[in-house]
Design a protein around this ligand. Structure first.
Ligand code: 6PG
Length: 243
């Protein structure tokens, strides 16, 4: 695993560095393959990054946006990750509507929605059953309990290895999420983590030994690049060794 950890002095520096790295991955993907596939994280940390990306001049027709997880709510619900990304970024740029690939949340049964998104990814990436797509960039956050995407501690979703997409659960609320193998097949995974409240979970995620199912972010070990961009208040106590 090719892991790089950077601790940035504050939130603004974290967002600036995240922007630089995101733009670099977008340009590399387009140069190498003619398009870039990026999976977005939800939550609050990435919002200023999305706002910053929206100020850039980019070949929007070559960029395809997916979500690594979604709350099981309608797209106009304030909790929707899709809504946050549209308001912060996608509604502000000239990206073709067909390049935006939201997770469906309109099925009575979330498992049906998960299966629909999985089929959509298989069609887009031309993968067969049992194969996993290689997204160019998978943006992730981490909760103060060590969850990432909607892979919460000690939930069924952590054990799903034969599907691209599964149903997660947080306090009984359904989520739709990339599975661990889908995240780990990405060419580049970038965690963006800020806040002193993340410190103790980070210490466990970076510990040589800890329980992966208690701290699910430990399960993210992509074959490609793994970047952890941390603000000082989140990462200051970590014993860091890049490998
Ligand atoms: C979500 C996210 C989730 C998020 C973490 C961190 O749907 O909420 O995908 O995994 O990244 O909960 O959230 P913050 O960035 O708001 O701390």
């Amino acid at each position: 695993m090719n892991r790089t950890v950077e601790v940035l002095p504050d939130q603004a520096a974290l967002i600036q560095r995240s922007l630089e790295l995101t733009l670099s991955k977008i340009h590399t993907a387009i140069n190498d393959r003619g398009l870039c596939t990026i999976a977005l994280s939800g939550g609050s940390t990435p919002k200023p990054l999305y706002e910053a990306i929206a100020t850039q001049q980019l070949p929007w027709d070559k960029i395809h946006v997916f979500w690594g997880d979604e709350r099981y709510v309608p797209p106009e619900n304030p909790d929707s990750n899709q809504l946050m990304a549209r308001r912060a970024w996608l509604d502000r740029v000239d990206i073709p509507a067909e390049n935006i690939h939201p997770i469906p949340t309109d099925e009575a049964d979330p498992a049906v929605a998960a299966h629909k998104y999985e089929q959509h990814l298989q069609e887009f990436f031309q993968t067969k059953n049992g194969e996993f797509p290689a997204l160019d960039l998978n943006l992730l956050g981490m909760g103060d309990d060590g969850h990432t995407a909607s892979l919460f501690p000690h939930t069924e979703a952590l054990h799903v290895r034969d599907r691209l997409i599964t149903v997660g659960s947080k306090d009984g609320q359904h989520r739709i999420t990339f599975t661990v193998p889908t995240i780990n097949h990405s060419r580049c995974v970038m965690f963006i983590v800020a806040g002193a409240n993340k410190r103790s979970a980070l210490a466990q995620v970076f510990a040589p030994v800890a329980d992966d199912f208690t701290y699910p972010a430990r399960l993210v070990q992509p074959q490609g690049e793994l970047w952890w961009l941390l603000s000082q208040d989140a990462g200051q106590e970590l014993k860091l060794n890049n490998n």
